[in-house]
Design a protein around this ligand. Structure first.
Ligand code: CP3
Length: 355
């Protein structure tokens, strides 16, 4: 008689309510009938019911109101029948929770009143305590109870992307100030990213312990770096975030835009699923990350503005390319554009489920 060692995929994830979900199985590379599908920014301005609910409440206030967070997170699940919910929040929520003066301006994004640029600014940036985000834990618990078998994906911004907002003071195309600080003041840079890694890890841990059954770490803007600079200035800090969560055996997705040349480094940060944008095919991405890790993506969100035959062809191609990867979670290559017809999103879900 032989005894088989405990399979890691059988281990009960702490707080994970949706263990056997399609999302978890695809992330683990198991055979599934069709890929699970969800959309980055599935909650938000593409939905009239969202726009109605948000009226009169600021974005950040909405993120801190558990009943609103719960309802907004559930809206796309009900409407589209997606295979996962993504927690309605924002990457700057934990930064506001440690006392930074940040506003989210509609149509622009996060604006930071006092940018973080000196050693003294970094020293003043305190750790995130669980008590700072008690409302987030409450929102997650409430949501998980409502979602039943549908997994909830928790998320945080990765250290580089958070640093880019803090240093620039708001959204930026070139991230010139961010890179200038990175190259000219490496000690200040590493101190800042080290602290942001702690903040992100705590924010994710709170969501996992409250019942999130997967997480996504967004490094949206890191694609502007070379692989060598990523390895030196960013990787150790993103690694620190995942290392903090190593005890939680749940899908850990890591995503950025324009990261074709960084995908394997991002995998090595500790991700179990690598998010891919539309610039490279999923099967190529899967080979670049070593052929043993699942991928997520990668429909260009702008394709959803085209006629249905164009959309259908692109969806079918992506599902085919995904079949040549060790596991595939269907998604867009970045967030849903506000002008997207929500009925088209529903139709994409139905199509992916039929393939
Ligand atoms: O449905 C979901 O995906 C969950 C909710 C979510 C939001 N922000 C809600 C939101 C998620 C996962 C985020 C993460 C986020 N926030 C990222 C990483 C993901 C990405 O898109 O790359 C980034 C870079 C931010 C920063 C940020 N916050 C931006 C760029 C914006 C958009 C500005 C605008 O108005 O165009 C925000 C605001 C924001 N976050 C909105 C939503 C629904 C729009 C606010 C509104 O409805 O007025």
């Amino acid at each position: 008689m032989t005894t088989t060692p405990l399979e890691t995929s059988d281990a009960q994830p702490p707080g994970g309510r949706a263990t056997g979900s399609l999302l978890a199985r695809a992330a683990a590379g198991e055979q599934v009938a069709h890929p699970p599908v969800w959309f980055m920014r599935q909650a938000g301005r593409s939905l009239p019911e969202y726009r109605k609910l948000r009226q009169g409440t600021s974005m950040l206030q909405s993120c801190r109101t558990p009943d609103l967070v719960t309802e907004i997170t559930l809206q796309p699940v009900r409407r589209h029948g997606v295979d996962a919910a993504i927690f309605f929040s924002d990457i700057v929520v934990p930064l506001v929770a440690v006392g930074l003066d940040i506003e989210i301006v509609a149509g622009t994004g996060p604006v930071v009143a006092h940018p973080v640029r000196t050693a003294a600014d970094v020293a003043a940036l305190r750790r995130l305590e669980e008590a700072d985000v008690a409302d987030i834990a409450l929102s997650v618990r409430q949501l998980v109870a409502e979602l039943g078998d549908v997994p909830l994906i928790g998320f945080a911004g990765a250290p580089y992307t958070l640093a880019s907002y803090l240093i620039e003071g708001g959204p930026s195309k070139e991230h010139a100030r961010t890179k200038a600080l990175m190259y000219s003041e490496p000690a200040v840079w590493h101190a800042l990213l080290g602290r942001l890694a702690e903040i992100s890890a705590t924010f994710l841990r709170v969501q996992i312990e409250a019942g999130a059954s997967a997480i996504q770490l967004f490094d949206s803007w890191v694609g502007g770096l070379s692989a060598a600079d990523y390895a030196e200035y960013v990787l150790p800090h993103s690694q620190a975030v995942f290392a903090e969560l190593a005890g939680h055996r749940i899908p850990k997705i890591h995503f950025g835009v324009g990261t074709g040349e960084l995908l394997d480094l991002m995998r090595s940060a500790g991700a179990s699923v690598v998010g891919v944008d539309w610039r490279i095919p999923l099967d190529v991405a899967a080979r670049r990350i070593g052929g043993a890790t699942a991928v997520q993506g990668n429909l260009d969100p702008a394709v959803l503005l085209a006629d249905w035959p164009v959309i259908e062809r692109a969806v079918r191609r992506i599902v085919e390319e995904g079949r040549r990867a060790p596991g595939h979670i269907f998604n867009l290559g970045h967030g849903v554009l506000p002008d997207t017809d929500p009925d088209v999103l529903t139709r994409v879900v139905e199509l992916v489920h039929s393939l």
